[in-house]
Design a protein around this ligand. Structure first.
Ligand SMILES: [Zn+2]
Length: 201
């Protein structure tokens, strides 16, 4: 212990303070850890003089990443997305995801990133199933966006009187129209309607 010297001035008069830091991982939560901060009483230099923090930080990130992958895979299971169908769509070896989940294998950084994208945008699996065909991918993407968007359109808004659009998927086309008519005298909304027409082709 006495051999530990300040890397700047060589003094052995070093104070070891503890500092709390928060480490976060997407879908893995967060962890508060205590790290060392060394301060030299003689020259005032600060830092982790003896590289004590790195192993602890690395270990914490590793644990949170494992938690992240487990949370994502559990979400897939809860959402009735089978691991084998995900593996097939992404053309990754069978049982890869199970091994990640059971901790018999550690996912690579690329594997973790891929699972995070699939968690956020599950329709990417459909893109993969369609062999990444550009126009199919566009349709899948637009369709997914419309599915999200439709319930959020505020049809009651004053300036929202008429809207329409078309959504095309690999199997069907969907045409939607929205009308809102107002009685000018009463300012009461007399009717509104949304029509959905499928298979317009
Ligand atoms: Zn010093």
């Amino acid at each position: 212990m006495n051999k530990q010297r300040c890397p700047a001035c060589g003094s052995i008069d070093i104070i070891d303070e503890k500092k709390s830091i928060l480490i976060k991982e997407p879908f893995g939560g967060q962890n508060n850890i205590e790290i060392h901060e060394n301060i030299c009483s003689l020259c005032g230099s600060r830092g982790d003089f003896f590289n004590q923090n790195e192993p602890l930080i690395d270990e914490t990130i590793k644990k949170l990443k494992q938690k992240s992958i487990e949370n994502i895979l559990n979400y897939f299971i809860d959402s009735k997305m089978s691991m084998s169908s995900i593996e097939r769509a992404l053309e990754i070896p069978q049982r890869t995801l199970t091994k990640w989940k059971n901790r018999t294998n550690v996912p690579s950084s690329a594997g973790i990133a891929l699972m995070r994208f699939i968690k956020l945008f599950p329709w990417l699996l459909e893109v993969a199933e369609n062999k990444y065909d550009y126009s199919e991918a566009q349709k899948i993407h637009i369709n997914a966006a419309i599915q999200k968007l439709l319930p959020k359109i505020d049809f009651c808004k004053e300036d929202f009187v008429e809207a329409g659009g078309m959504v095309v998927t690999s199997e069907s086309a969907l045409l939607y129209n929205y009308y809102e008519k107002k009685d000018i005298n009463s300012q009461e909304k007399i009717y509104n309607e949304v029509t959905l027409v499928t298979n317009t082709e």
